[in-house]
Design a binder for this molecule. Structure first.
Ligand SMILES: Nc1nc2c(ncn2[C@@H]2O[C@H](COP(=O)(O)OP(=O)(O)OP(=O)(O)O)[C@@H](O)[C@H]2O)c(=O)[nH]1
Length: 359
């Protein structure tokens, strides 16, 4: 009996997880190893202003920002068009040997998978190799009600638990239990112990085993395939009305003390409604932009980027902050920022591209 022909399609590695779970942190660690070598990296952001693509370069063949918000709703203009475009440009020359797709924290990976597998051209060129979902042990319980968060775990072949260094053992155990309830077949490990290049090597058997178990349990089509196609056919319902995404862009350099005080007051008062704040700041006296990250009530240590490592416009470029919030007024936040931090008027900019907002 002759062996089945080898699958020569380009493998696609999907990295997903809710807002602030640690996707970019994991990928930044991976870019120091061999994981990015030969890869085409697509970074999807919830806002039109990219942060993550500036942090991820490594040896990747190319890095493309898909700043099209909630990707599952705009899949035709987002990942699908981009994959068609790069594959057409490549014309079989194989300039890249894998695709790494970092999804926005609000994206539904099952819808993304369905879009790729239901497009005959893409399905002929690409195969889904692995879905890695990052789950934040500090916030797994708070995010449990978000449909996106559940679908991200349901899609997972591997779940990486993040922030185990900050979480209590009880919170980490609770997060692992939450994962097991939603996707018992995923392998769940501490992100600190995970290496992306190793996961890539094991991807084939890992995914095949999970899908085989799932098919066996369901007695037919894998459950996640059914979920994906139900979502795709019916148009996956994004959480309505959904979080608001907006940006503040500030032209002048900022005073760190005033900004830090304002942020800590904002998070203290409204952290429960702040899903995410991230951005680059141009601070008085700093040689390069400073990266800041907040998730719910927590502000993480600011990171002074190395001037040569920053792929943006460098020191002195306008600061920008992306906010993803629930039930907070963008204008009030902008007014408060103007009054307490910059001393000049700052307007909140809708962070989703105009074309997308018309939908
Ligand atoms: N202490 C600690 N901090 C972490 C860990 N993982 C991520 N962080 C921090 O959490 C913040 C958010 O991490 P990101 O990697 O930007 O999260 P993300 O999932 O890419 O965020 P979005 O793309 O906005 O959804 C950053 O300040 C990280 O430094 C971890 O395991 N331990």
């Amino acid at each position: 009996m002759s062996a089945a022909p080898a699958d020569t399609r380009v493998p696609v590695f999907i990295v997903t997880g809710f807002l602030g779970a640690g996707k970019t942190t994991f990928l930044r660690r991976a870019q120091q190893g061999a994981a990015f070598s030969g890869a085409l990296l697509l970074v999807n952001e919830a806002a039109a202003f990219g942060v993550d693509d500036r942090l991820l370069r490594g040896d990747a063949v190319a890095v493309t920002l898909l700043a099209n918000g909630c990707l599952c709703c705009r899949i035709d203009r987002g990942v699908k068009e981009e994959l068609h475009r790069v594959l057409a440009l490549d014309r079989g020359r194989h300039a890249f040997d894998r695709v790494i797709l970092e999804l926005s924290g609000l994206a539904d990976p099952l819808a993304v998978i369905a879009t790729i597998t239901s497009d005959p051209y893409l399905d002929g060129q690409l195969r889904i190799a692995l879905v890695v979902t990052l789950v934040d042990c500090l916030h797994a319980a708070q995010s449990a009600d978000a449909a996106e968060h559940r679908r991200q775990i349901e899609a997972a072949d591997i779940v990486l638990l993040t922030k185990t260094d900050l979480a209590t053992p009880e919170a980490a155990a609770q997060a692992a239990g939450h994962v097991a309830a939603l996707q018992p077949l995923a392998r769940c490990i501490d992100a600190a112990d995970a290496r992306f290049d190793r996961l890539m090597e094991e991807a084939g058997p890992l995914r095949a085993d999970r899908l085989a178990l799932e098919t066996f349990d369901a007695g037919g089509l894998p459950r996640t395939a059914l979920l994906a196609h139900t979502g795709a056919a019916g148009g996956f319902a994004c959480a309505a009305p959904g979080p608001d995404t907006f940006c503040l862009r500030i032209e002048e350099r900022l005073d760190w003390t005033r900004l830090a005080l304002w942020l800590s007051l904002l998070l203290h008062a409204h952290g429960a409604r702040i899903l995410r704040i991230k951005g680059f700041l141009s601070l008085d006296g700093a040689q390069a932009p400073v990266l800041i990250n907040c998730v719910r009530h927590i502000a993480y240590f600011p990171e002074h980027l190395e001037p040569e490592a920053d792929a943006g416009e460098g020191a002195g470029a306008p600061s920008f902050l992306v906010f993803i919030v629930e039930g907070l007024s963008a204008d009030r936040i902008a007014r408060s920022f103007s009054a307490c931090v910059s001393g000049r008027p700052v307007a909140a900019i809708a962070a989703t591209p105009a074309a997308d907002r018309s939908e």
